[in-house]
Design a protein around this ligand. Structure first.
Ligand SMILES: N[C@@H](CCC(=O)N[C@@H](CS)C(=O)NCC(=O)O)C(=O)O
Length: 203
């Protein structure tokens, strides 16, 4: 059985979303964000940084979202959601998955967390200033790439869209996605309307 170490509205939503897309059975081990529960020796033995997501797949432990998505697709998908790694399409998928985490989600997440829900003792206001300076250019990269396509790799939804969708969701919350970025706005609407995403958002 697959266990997903998860905190609602965090990066681990991507793993739940993928499991829902694949119809994979899973159980959730919930960890409150910014809690001591994430830093216990027991959890640090699962994720050495005490973060989410991580998975335990019948005793196989894995962390880092991109690695988890690639592993689950390689093991449990019939070829859907990620082109073969050795193909050019596979290379582009990896490019967008990496971009979807760092810089996109790192920058958007830093702005959102350090300006808001993070405990005050950990906040670094300079990260908000730096993030706001570069964030619009990150959305602009996606806006340009979406010209003439419904999904980032073309016509088909993929794990790269899951990686981007999470970071763009934060960007929309920060009002960096909207009428001035119509392709990205409509793309994000398409992603979050997926039934698998809607189910994951409730977990
Ligand atoms: N690059 C990592 C980032 C993991 C990460 O930063 N997770 C956040 C949740 S959005 C976390 O667990 N933060 C809690 C903490 O840093 O204590 C990944 O994609 O898995």
């Amino acid at each position: 059985m697959l266990t997903i170490y998860h905190s609602p509205r965090s990066r681990s939503v991507r793993v739940v979303w993928l499991a829902e897309e694949l119809g994979l059975p899973y159980r959730i081990h919930a960890l409150p964000m910014f809690s001591d529960e994430m830093k216990t020796p027991a959890y640090l033995a699962i994720h050495p940084l005490g973060k989410v997501p991580a998975i335990d797949d019948d005793g196989f432990i894995l962390w880092e979202t991109t690695a988890i998505l690639a592993y689950l697709i390689g093991r449990y998908s019939d070829g859907a959601l990620l082109p073969p790694r050795e193909s050019r399409a596979g290379a582009l998928a990896l490019q967008w998955m990496d971009f979807g985490e760092n810089p996109l989600t790192v920058i958007m997440g830093e702005i959102a967390a350090h300006a808001g829900p993070m405990p005050e003792k950990w906040r670094v206001p300079a990260l908000v200033t730096r993030g706001l300076a570069v964030a619009p250019s990150l959305v602009a990269v996606v806006e340009r790439a979406l010209e003439g396509r419904d999904y980032i790799l073309g016509d088909a939804f993929s794990a790269a869209d899951i990686m981007l969708g999470f970071g763009l969701g934060i960007a929309r919350h920060l009002e960096l996605v909207g009428d001035a970025t119509p392709r990205t706005r409509d793309y994000l609407a398409r992603l979050v309307a997926r039934p698998a995403h809607q189910r994951a958002a409730l977990v």
